[in-house]
Design a protein around this ligand. Structure first.
Ligand code: FDA
Length: 500
């Protein structure tokens, strides 16, 4: 294993040749813990137990990334890349099976350059989604970017895994809008789209973080949004037909016009219907009246604003905050466990009634998010990028977050989420039961290393859930670009052919 052959002292002195000591943080330095914790989103992985990195390199130049990879290769120290630290299972900064690993922290590599004439931007991986939204809109109020709803998520991990959000029905995933990238490969070389080859360029746009190299920056297409968009949030309890409304929502949300995104969040026994409409209030009222009159949406529910303010509304639940709130890189951390599914056929009213009364009414119930696909999502081929889940109706996400310390709280939360996951099995996608890789879940399976290379046969168990038929192609790309399996974690893509 890596720990047997790794030469830690050799690694550290190799780093110090090209990287200033102020950027190299070992456990003995006072800066180590604050830096390690700075973007730990999931407190479950801040507990004693998981292994901590033997060093954190806070790269602020691309050359530091190359040096870290080259030194890691030479001295047998695996490298985990961290951009925003929002991995649901903490894989960018913890390890359950690698004693000696380094973290390459990209938080300082976060420049964003918008080319307003071409409606494109170069964005470094350490930038957050909030910073990208802010920069795009600052260049032009009619520029947007399709990506997730949480502004503190890192660009590096998010674009690597896909990137779904309020503009995805109109413009697809973040990864669908990547037009070039700068990657440091397993040999420390710097590659761009024209030098990396089309297979690697395919793999990095949705094949999940870590496996193929370190993506230092991304060139993205900015998308057109109107000067004024409209949002609403309408809350309904069970006695206000919440369950009937969700049942109806399933049938209409994926086929609404592409300019209308309508999600549902169920929390504290209330269903909130939240919308982004790329147009004005009066037209939204008409569209809702035509497709979903049961919700009773009215003009008073509308809030008109700029697109960038809508991203504030989507995260904070209010637009009464300046757009600068998007620049706050810190999100309050909590204990977290997420499980998710894709739904192909609407669940019946009876099924929703039972799910609600047997699971959602429990005090330890998770937040449940229903996010519609359809529109542009459904018009992209499942093999165009590694993200294969193009034809489902919607995502179903159980987002269990809690603040109480202690094993009792943790056990009851984990029991609930694992129980509900078993419970909904009859209603969700099958063969495989498919999951979006950015909603990482280690319960699906973890890698096993055989002969110092991750086993392909074992990895298929989780890999085909994330990638279906694309998994094999990802493994083939891996065997070309990183046959020695330097970039690895508990769910990294294995090389297809063991070479030794
Ligand atoms: P982090 O730094 O933890 O990296 C994630 C993975 O990618 C790790 O394996 C890491 O090693 C690797 N990696 C990171 N940077 C890399 C780089 N530059 N090159 C190569 N590999 C790299 N998703 C979504 O689609 N829509 C949404 O609305 C949300 N909302 C959301 C809210 C909250 C609160 C959380 C915690 C998460 C989400 N997500 C999401 C999921 C999110 O997209 C996913 O966790 C991303 O991988 C996070 O990217 P970070 O860079 O922050 O994570």
């Amino acid at each position: 294993s890596a720990s047997i052959s790794s030469d830690v002292d050799g690694f550290l002195s190799c780093l110090s040749i090209n990287i200033p000591p102020s950027l190299i943080h070992t456990p003995s330095s006072n800066s180590y813990s604050p830096l390690l914790m700075s973007t730990v989103q999931n407190r479950r992985y801040a507990l004693p137990g998981p292994t901590r990195p033997l060093v954190i390199v806070a790269a602020n130049e691309t050359a530091h990334v190359q040096t870290t990879v080259v030194c890691g290769r030479r001295h047998g120290v695996h490298v985990r890349t961290r951009s925003g630290g929002h991995d649901y299972e903490g894989l960018s900064y913890t390890s359950v099976n690698h004693k000696h690993f380094a973290v390459l922290d990209l938080a300082k590599l976060r420049a964003i350059h918008v080319d307003a004439t071409r409606a494109e931007a170069w964005v470094e991986s350490g930038a957050t989604l909030g910073e990208l939204y802010y920069a795009a809109a600052a260049a032009n109020r009619t520029f947007g970017f399709p990506a997730g709803n949480c502004p503190t998520v890192g660009v590096g991990g998010h674009l690597s895994g896909g990137g779904f959000g309020a503009l995805s029905r109109k413009y697809g995933l973040s990864a669908d809008n990547v037009i070039d990238a700068i990657v440091v490969d397993a040999q420390g070389r710097l590659l761009n789209k024209s030098t990396m080859g089309k297979d690697l360029f395919w793999a990095i746009r949705g094949g999940g973080g870590e496996s193929f190299g370190v993506v230092v920056s991304w060139k993205v297409r900015l998308v057109a949004v109107p000067e004024t968009v409209t949002v609403f949030g309408i809350r309904r309890g069970k006695n206000e037909s919440a369950v009937e409304l969700i049942t109806k929502w399933q049938a209409i949300a994926p086929s609404l016009p592409r300019d209308l995104y309508l999600r549902v969040i169920v929390e504290n026994q209330q269903a909130t219907f939240i919308s982004l409409f790329l147009g004005r209030c009066s037209q939204l009222v008409d569209t809702m009246g035509a497709h979903f009159p049961e919700l009773g949406m009215m003009e008073q529910d509308c809030q008109e604003m700029s697109w960038v303010k809508s991203t504030v509304f989507f995260f904070f639940g209010t637009a009464d905050m300046p757009a600068e709130a998007l620049l706050n890189r810190h999100n309050e951390e909590y204990y977290l466990k997420v499980k998710s599914d894709h739904v192909e056929e609407p669940m019946s009213l009876d099924a929703w009634e039972s799910l609600w009364s047997e699971w959602l009414e429990k005090p330890e119930a998770a937040m449940v998010m229903l996010d519609p696909y359809g529109g542009r999502m459904a018009s992209i081929s499942p093999s165009a990028t590694p993200f294969p889940h193009r034809n489902y109706m919607y995502q179903l996400q159980f987002y269990q977050s809690w603040a109480e310390n202690g094993t009792a709280a943790m056990e009851s939360r984990l029991r609930w989420i694992r129980g509900v996951y078993e419970y909904v099995e009859p209603y969700v996608s099958k063969n495989p039961r498919s999951v979006y890789v950015n909603y990482r879940d280690l319960d699906l399976g973890t890698n096993e290393v055989e002969g110092n290379v991750t086993s392909y046969a074992k990895a298929r168990v989780w890999g085909e859930k994330y990638f279906k038929g694309n998994f094999k192609r990802l493994a083939a790309v891996k065997s070309k670009v990183d046959p020695d399996d330097f970039f690895r974690n508990e769910q990294s893509i294995p090389p297809l052919l063991p070479l030794k």
